[in-house]
Design a protein around this ligand. Structure first.
Ligand code: NAD
Ligand code: IPM
Ligand code: MN
Length: 358
């Protein structure tokens, strides 16, 4: 039976970069004789425009039926006036929650060809390979109660709830410990346990699991220090595990170590093999429609999809190799451009990856 990929391009540069990833998928399907069917649906602002809601029932149904989802990006100024409950971002958050995609893997790997594009000195980032394991379906993003209320004196007050259950902490920590076992055996848990009870519980539980993973060296860091350490000496990290909001922020920070956020893919996994795969970046309204977007994070997300949800390791490896090859050729989109490179458009970059795969 053929495997089903649901493609959700979304908004802004989403459709532009997904187009390139789909060219790459067609190429690997042929080269590796993969039996994969792709369907399309609306999400985010595009779905609000067409159906009035960022996550139409039909999209959710198709998502639940699929083996994996290739997601572009959602959001943009056009929908900024939507009420919080109907913003494009709710389409993405709804999918994560409905599919229970609690484990978000965000690898920050420096391609050696991009050492000069990094915000840090080449020596600090050479060989960089960090995995951020971000909890994705809990924490302050989903905690209740939430909202804006009017106080007795007429003043309004906004509030959210930062909450984690033991089971939520343990299952993400397990993913992180196991990832560290397969890598360099170092796990750093990032929290704010000096201030927030919820993350004090996080630290206590993660520490309590260390005995089960004696081959992993566990450390803890406060999130403010961790952010500083990421730009001071990033190679001290192997695997970082953290909650939803800290993981969001730390991964954008880690992105710049690799040259551009346009290079960072991600996988969002549940307890089954189903997963959603998307770049770490957003819809980049400032460059949308101009052929300037870097499609490599989306293409590398497709590689993660093939590896984690479909078990197609050879195809995944080939895509990552091809990305390295186009960088070797000196091809660069604007975000990773450096002196002497050949500046290319989104489509030219996608075509170059396809050429390297044929
Ligand atoms: P952003 O990631 O969209 O853009 C930040 C900066 O990075 C911009 O200057 C942009 O041009 C650049 N950039 C991002 N991706 C790039 C790429 N592939 N190639 C070249 N440059 C790239 O973040 P933002 O501007 O804060 O948010 C814009 C919109 O995207 C908002 O509506 C936000 O909610 C949404 N967003 C969506 C997702 C998602 O769908 N997963 C993630 C983050 C932000
Ligand atoms: C991300 C994004 C999302 C998040 C937004 C768009 C909901 O920033 O995937 O990193 O905060 O998780
Ligand atoms: Mn983010």
């Amino acid at each position: 039976m053929s495997r089903q990929i649901l493609c959700l391009p979304g908004d802004g540069i989403g459709p532009e970069i997904v187009t390139e990833a789909l060219k790459v998928l067609d190429t690997v399907k042929e080269r590796f004789s993969l039996d994969i069917e792709v369907s399309h649906a609306l999400v985010g602002g595009a779905a609000i425009d067409a159906e009035g809601t960022p996550l139409p029932a039909e999209t959710l149904k198709l998502a639940k039926q699929s083996d994996a989802i290739l997601f572009g990006a959602v959001g943009g100024p056009k929908w900024d006036d939507q009420p919080m409950t109907n913003r494009p971002e709710k389409g993405l958050l709804g999918l994560r929650s409905e599919l229970d995609l609690f484990a978000n893997l965000r690898p920050a790997i420096l391609f050696p060809q991009l050492a000069e594009a990094s915000s840090l000195k080449a020596g600090l980032v050479a060989g960089l390979d960090i995995l951020i394991v971000r909890e994705l379906t809990g924490g302050i993003y989903f905690g209740e109660p939430r909202g804006v209320r009017t106080l007795e004196n007429g003043e309004r007050e906004g509030y959210n709830t930062y909450v984690y259950r033991e089971s939520e902490i343990k299952r993400i920590a397990k993913v992180a410990f196991e990832a560290a076992q397969k890598r360099n055996g170092q796990l750093c848990s990032v929290d704010k346990s000096n201030v927030l009870e919820v993350t004090a519980l996080w630290r206590e539980l993660v520490s309590g699991m260390a005995d089960d993973y004696r081959d992993v060296e566990l450390s803890h860091m406060y999130v403010d220090n961790a952010t500083m350490q990421l730009v001071r000496k990033p190679k001290q990290f192997d695997v970082i595990v953290t909650g939803n909001m800290f993981g969001d922020i730390l991964s954008d920070c880690a992105a710049m170590l690799t040259g551009s956020i346009g290079m960072l893919p991600s996988a969002s996994l549940n307890e089954k093999t189903q997963g959603m795969y998307e770049p770490v970046h957003g819809s980049a309204p400032d460059i949308a429609g101009q052929g300037k977007a870097n499609p490599l994070a989306q293409i590398l997300s497709l590689a993660m999809l093939l590896r984690y949800s479909l078990g197609e390791m050879a195809a995944a490896d080939a895509i990552e190799q091809a990305v390295g090859d186009v960088l070797d050729q000196g091809l660069r989109t604007g975000d990773i451009a450096s002196e002497g490179c050949r500046l290319v458009s989104t489509a030219q970059m996608g075509d170059a990856v396809v050429n390297c795969l044929q």
